[in-house]
Design a protein around this ligand. Structure first.
Ligand SMILES: [Mg+2]
Ligand SMILES: [Zn+2]
Length: 195
């Protein structure tokens, strides 16, 4: 089977509004502006759409896996009702002190997605709002996109401070999706455009 391209998506601060300390229930889940429209448009491309989310509230004993999975089931339904789709949702349930391989900035969830869904990481993208999303993307060989929703503005300062190469920056998921739609088309029309 040919490998597929994917758009990995962070959840909090990209798809939905960040909430401190965690989004603990569906009643606390609010989609970012135009995120549903963006996901519906991305669903029209050849990209797989894969969420990769740190949910350390589980490992810290502040919420259950069942609560997170209930939120994800409802999020999926709302996205589907708006014409979108998520092909897979990965989340890391561990606390930072657990030393797991899935908590971003580790690339574990991206590598797992690549193995399970036959994703070509080098031709894939990761839309995130935090420096750890950028780091996880680069460790997996995925191109990072940083949005300015969620912790995005703070992330830029952190990226400069860490002297990382700056990622491509977009106002929000909708703006990132518009750019990604251009990538989806260009891969099909590359040859013609060059001639
Ligand atoms: Mg985030
Ligand atoms: Zn983990």
């Amino acid at each position: 089977m040919d490998s597929r391209r994917a758009i990995f998506l962070d959840r909090d601060g990209v798809i939905n509004v960040n909430r401190s300390p965690y989004v603990m229930a569906w009643q606390e889940f609010v989609f970012e502006t135009d995120a549903l429209t963006a996901l519906a448009q991305l669903a029209q491309t050849d990209f797989l759409l894969v969420v990769v989310s740190n949910q350390s509230g589980i490992g810290r004993g502040q919420m259950t896996r069942a609560a997170v999975e209930e939120i994800h089931a409802r999020m999926r339904r709302a996205i589907a009702d708006a014409g979108g789709r998520l092909d897979r949702i990965y989340y890391c349930p561990h606390a930072p002190t657990d030393g797991c391989e899935c908590r971003k900035p580790a690339p574990g969830m991206l590598l797992r997605g690549s193995a399970e869904l036959n994703i070509d990481l080098a031709r894939s993208f990761f839309v995130g709002d935090w420096i750890d999303d950028v780091r996880a993307a680069r460790r997996a060989g995925v191109t990072p996109l940083l949005v300015q929703t969620g912790r995005g503005a703070h992330a830029l300062q952190e990226i400069q401070h860490a002297q990382l190469a700056p990622p491509a920056i977009f106002d929000n998921l909708m703006r990132a999706a518009e750019w990604l739609l251009g990538q989806a088309h260009s891969s099909q029309t590359n040859k013609k455009r060059d001639s």
